[in-house]
Design a protein around this ligand. Structure first.
Ligand code: FEO
Ligand code: CA
Ligand code: CA
Length: 746
């Protein structure tokens, strides 16, 4: 069997592609401006200036921090409420197994294809299941998820119920390799113009979206209640309502909804969120590659072409699944809606605008199985990774933070117009209409001096209204093309913003920047203080990928501790690295007990305040270890030092070393950061939620077996997890509990 991944399918992860060609300032430009304005830089930043200018360098970031030039922190640990990690660290592993600490048990709750009701057959896992049955099966590529406690009547929210709840789970993609098909998928690579069988497409469409199931404690673990009337699948074909600023916009008109009020489906549901009023948020990440435009750009307006380019919606025959069935004239919109080209007489007669109806935060009421999910357009359109709420404060707006996960994209914040009323704590999606349809959308600028600002994306901001690259027609256009508005205000390009989390102890906001292989180039590394690394990865003695290979976690504190503030201070909490890397790469002092690469999922426990979970989706350190999850007890922002990160000249580069000064948190130790879990081969670890007693956590093992060379020859599978033997690998949700019944991790 040929290598399907290279013959038929995209080899590059969609979020590894950048479409940000804006001229937003790199650090060198910031530095130049500061030099011009002030003549001289003070303090530690003078060192950085010296290095950039090719004067003497001081190597920093070493084990003792002896070269640190400014102590910006208090050194006190106010972030963790005196917690102690109580488990023994799990060793790195490349075994095809899920490892958890001694004294813990991990149980599979649901794997892809498992039925969510009692009338659907057991999953064959050999590709013979009826396509229609996938409407009632657990979807593929489980990702973000959230546990909602269920009230005694089984009809609504009880935040404290740890034994019976509703679990909402995202399904990011359906397997590119095609394990759900008996012999893999029909050809759909870039050279293909063939129409794929609808039975294959129907399976793949249904395997996307969200699963909502009732679960209950059973003995020491949890099981799905397949008889529950709350169980439902939301898929890439489910009816969705468009709400907020872009609702009814001309840019949202399609043949499916000529009024621009509705669309069908949610796709590439990656990270998640939840609301203070008891609803689930699912986030549409790499949606752009699902749409085809087999047309010349000349048939579209200049503004449309600019917008397509900024979001990566191409006018060629490449594409992720080829669901639009080229050459077929469908009488329904089921398949042709994936074609974003001009095919009809007007926008109301085709799907030229369909891509504008994707890229949103989608709100789902987990307690109302017939409710229509609502896309919240006021929160902006981009490659949404996750959406995490600040703790609501009575009488204040509600605030959500969001990352746009593509290379060199931005960090956003939504601040509602409506102020929080605790009486809405169980109000469901009607409260979503109140809080999420009107508000302010901001994008972050991280300044070199450790301050930051939130820039308003609105026509009331003259930088947006007068942007010459793209002339916004109004507020709907601003939220639909939020990336372009963010370009206009000079947002800071980041190393792929993924999940975020807020420390319930002190309100500090954490955000993973997973990695970036396209931050500038070997010749011009385009670094800044918030994204300060560019280096060459070593696999043994071989130099491989370049850039910020292992990622980092940034954090910030809003001015006055007020999440509605428009200014903040930031530092870098933690750098990913292999333990034996140079001290300018392993800046956080990671050891074999906690070294990691490519942080992605992130979650502060809400019931064990101060406990942070870090999950990885990595391709760099996988020669040494499969992806993992670590438990952390962060201190407080500013607990570390200013560090001069020396980015050594890369082998292909004749330029000098480049030093960037940044603010770095205190070094990790095995009491503050410890590996808790290592997954099976080929997987990423993503999605985490917990029961309200803190005694069970749910974790998703996504795409074990990635890189398999065949779907039919078990000797070519890279993983057989979780079933073992010669089984096809399956993405799955696991429940992890402590054998002594105690709280997890502490
Ligand atoms: Fe779907 Fe950015 O991970
Ligand atoms: Ca390596
Ligand atoms: Ca992710």
């Amino acid at each position: 069997m040929s290598d399907l991944r290279t013959v038929n399918h995209p080899v590059v992860d969609p979020d590894d592609i950048g479409y940000n060609t804006s001229n937003n300032p790199s650090f060198e430009q910031i530095l130049e401006a500061r030099m011009t304005r002030r003549g001289l830089l003070r303090g530690s930043f003078a060192l950085m200036a010296a290095s950039v200018l090719g004067v003497g360098l001081t190597g920093c970031g070493n084990d003792s921090d002896t070269t640190a030039t400014t102590d910006t922190g208090t050194g006190t640990n106010t972030g963790t409420s005196g917690l102690t990690l109580s488990f023994n660290p799990v060793a790195k592993s490349i075994a095809d197994a899920l490892s958890v600490p001694a004294g813990y048990t991990a149980t599979v709750l649901m794997a892809v294809g498992d039925p969510i009701n009692n009338s659907t057959s057991t999953y064959s896992n050999v590709g013979t299941d009826d396509a229609a049955s996938f409407q009632f099966r657990f979807g593929d590529h489980a990702d973000g998820m959230h546990y909602f406690g269920l009230n005694a009547a089984g009809t609504g929210l009880d935040y404290s119920n740890a034994t019976r709840g509703v679990l909402c789970t995202n399904h990011e993609v359906s397997e590119d390799l095609g394990f759900m098909h008996a012999a893999g998928p029909t050809e759909y690579g870039s050279a293909s113009t063939a129409a794929r069988p609808t039975t294959e497409i129907d399976k793949e469409v249904a395997l996307h979206g969200v699963t909502v199931v009732e679960i209950a404690k059973s003995g020491t673990t949890y099981q799905v209640n397949r008889a529950s009337t709350l169980n439902r699948r939301i898929t890439a074909a489910t009816e969705m309502e468009l709400t907020g600023l872009a609702r009814s916009s001309d840019l949202m008109v399609t043949a499916h909804s000529t009024a621009g009020t509705n669309t069908r489906g949610t796709i590439n549901n990656c990270g998640n969120g939840y609301t203070p009023w008891g609803t689930y948020l699912t986030c549409e990440e790499n949606w752009a590659g699902y749409f085809y435009r087999r047309e010349d750009n000349a048939v579209r307006t200049a503004k449309e072409v600019t917008a397509f380019a900024r979001y990566g919606i191409k006018n060629d025959t490449s594409g992720r699944y080829n669901w639009s069935r080229p050459g077929i004239t469908d009488t329904t919109d089921l398949y042709r809606r994936w074609n974003a080209g001009v095919t009809g007489a007007s926008a109301a007669a085709d799907f030229r605008n369909v891509a504008n109806t994707f890229g949103w935060i989608v709100e789902i009421d987990p307690f109302n199985p017939t409710s229509i999910p609502k896309k919240r357009t006021t929160m902006g359109r981009f490659a949404h990774e996750a959406c995490f709420p600040a703790k609501p404060v009575a009488g204040k707006p509600v605030v959500f933070y969001m990352g746009d996960d593509s290379q060199n994209e931005y960090v956003y914040k939504f601040v509602s117009d409506a102020v929080w009323s605790a009486s809405d704590a169980n109000a469901g999606a009607s409260a979503g209409d109140k809080y999420l349809n009107a508000g302010k959308l901001y994008v972050a600028k991280f300044n070199a001096d450790g301050t930051g600002t939130w820039e308003l994306l609105s026509m009331s901001n003259s930088k947006v209204a007068s942007y010459t690259t793209y002339s916004f027609s109004g507020e709907a256009d601003v939220v639909i093309n939020a990336r372009l508005a963010a370009d206009a205000v000079g947002a800071t390009k980041m190393d792929r913003p993924e999940w975020g989390a807020i420390n319930p102890v002190n309100g500090e906001v954490y955000l993973t920047l997973t990695n970036n292989s396209s931050r500038g180039s070997a010749a011009n590394r385009a670094l800044d203080a918030a994204n300060p690394r560019y280096y060459t990865d070593q696999k043994g003695t071989t130099s491989t990928s370049q850039g910020n290979v292992n990622g980092h976690i940034i954090r910030w504190k809003e001015t006055g501790g007020d999440h509605t503030a428009t200014t903040f201070n930031w530092d870098i909490y933690l750098f990913g690295a292999q333990a034996d890397a140079d001290s300018n790469i392993n800046i956080s002092g990671l050891t074999i007990e906690n070294d990691f690469s490519s942080p992605d999922g992130l979650w502060f426990s809400q019931v064990t305040p101060g406990l942070l979970w870090v999950q990885t989706d990595d391709g760099a350190y996988t020669d040494v270890t499969n992806c993992m999850m670590l438990a952390a007890l962060p201190s407080t922002m500013g607990d570390g030092n200013t560090v001069n990160v020396v980015n050594k000249a890369v082998p292909s580069n004749t330029n000098a070393d480049q030093t960037v000064a940044t603010r770095v948190g205190s070094k990790a130790s095995n009491t503050s950061l410890r590996r808790f879990l290592v997954g099976p081969k080929g997987c990423e670890i993503t999605g985490i939620t917990e029961t309200p007693d803190g005694k069970a956590i749910f974790v998703n093992i996504q795409h074990p077996g990635e890189g398999s060379k065949s779907v039919t020859d078990p000797t070519q599978f890279t993983s057989h997890w979780p079933k073992g033997g010669s089984a096809r690998p399956q993405s799955a949700t696991v429940v992890i509990t402590r054998n002594d019944g105690g709280k997890v991790a502490v």
